[in-house]
Design a binder for this molecule. Structure first.
Ligand code: SF4
Length: 215
């Protein structure tokens, strides 16, 4: 497989008929060799999106975490387990959704033996955005959900504030319905158990709004 450079990546995404000529499998294979920013160097592998090409619902998070980087799958670590729990409570079947991230490689810094998450910068988000645009072109979801500020600001603009606009549809050309909410990892970082419960309940309420859009 040839290395994907920034140029070839944009050529692929600028294909005038991407949904007809590209599949999630061909995109995933191409993204495995992406070198469009520096994040691939310290990560284990590209973590591409996962789910059905015909999914009506598409979730976008920030980037893979430590466990996702090792497993090569999105949302399988602690935040992913909380996400699954909240989806079940909102009666959303994850197997019928497509789940992906704004940035496909794990950005981290060492702290002792641990790899600590680092927020991707604007240049990294911009470099990786064509992969998400290609996923959107194939899946064409009816409902797009941004999980957290990186996804929401990356897709809806730098002025978008999740805290102010979460849980309700916002105007966007990206999908018929676009909703933003928090990233499940933010719930895990809550100060104490009571705060965690409050934030978790608010997250489930946002997901129930998402479920209502699918009904
Ligand atoms: S983070 Fe995205 S743009 Fe950067 S190397 Fe990985 S797949 Fe390519």
């Amino acid at each position: 497989m040839a290395t994907v450079t920034q140029g070839s990546l944009f050529d692929a995404v600028d294909d005038p008929t991407p949904a007809d000529t590209q599949t999630l499998e061909t995109l995933r294979a191409a993204a495995a060799d992406c070198r469009a920013c520096d994040l691939w160097e310290r990560a284990t592998q590209t973590v591409f999106g996962e789910g059905a090409a015909e999914a009506e619902l598409l979730f976008v998070g920030e980037q893979p975490g430590d466990q996702e980087d090792l497993a090569g799958r999105p949302f399988v670590g602690p935040a992913g387990r909380l996400f699954d729990e909240a989806l079940a409570e909102a009666q959303i079947d994850r197997s019928r959704a497509y789940v992906t991230n704004m940035v496909k490689h794990f950005k981290w810094e060492p702290r002792g033996k641990r790899r600590i998450h680092q927020k991707p910068n604007l240049a990294e988000v911009a470099a990786c955005r064509p992969w998400l645009e290609a996923e959107l072109a194939v899946v064409r979801p009816r409902v797009l959900v941004c999980l957290g500020a990186t996804a929401a600001q990356g897709l809806l603009g730098p002025g978008f504030r999740v805290t102010r606009e979460r849980g309700r549809p916002v105007d966007s050309h990206l999908a018929p319905v676009v909703i933003a909410t928090v990233h499940p990892s933010s719930i895990l970082r809550a100060a104490d158990e009571e705060a965690r419960r409050v934030e978790y309940d608010a997250f489930v309420a946002d997901l129930r709004t998402v479920a209502a859009q699918l009904a």
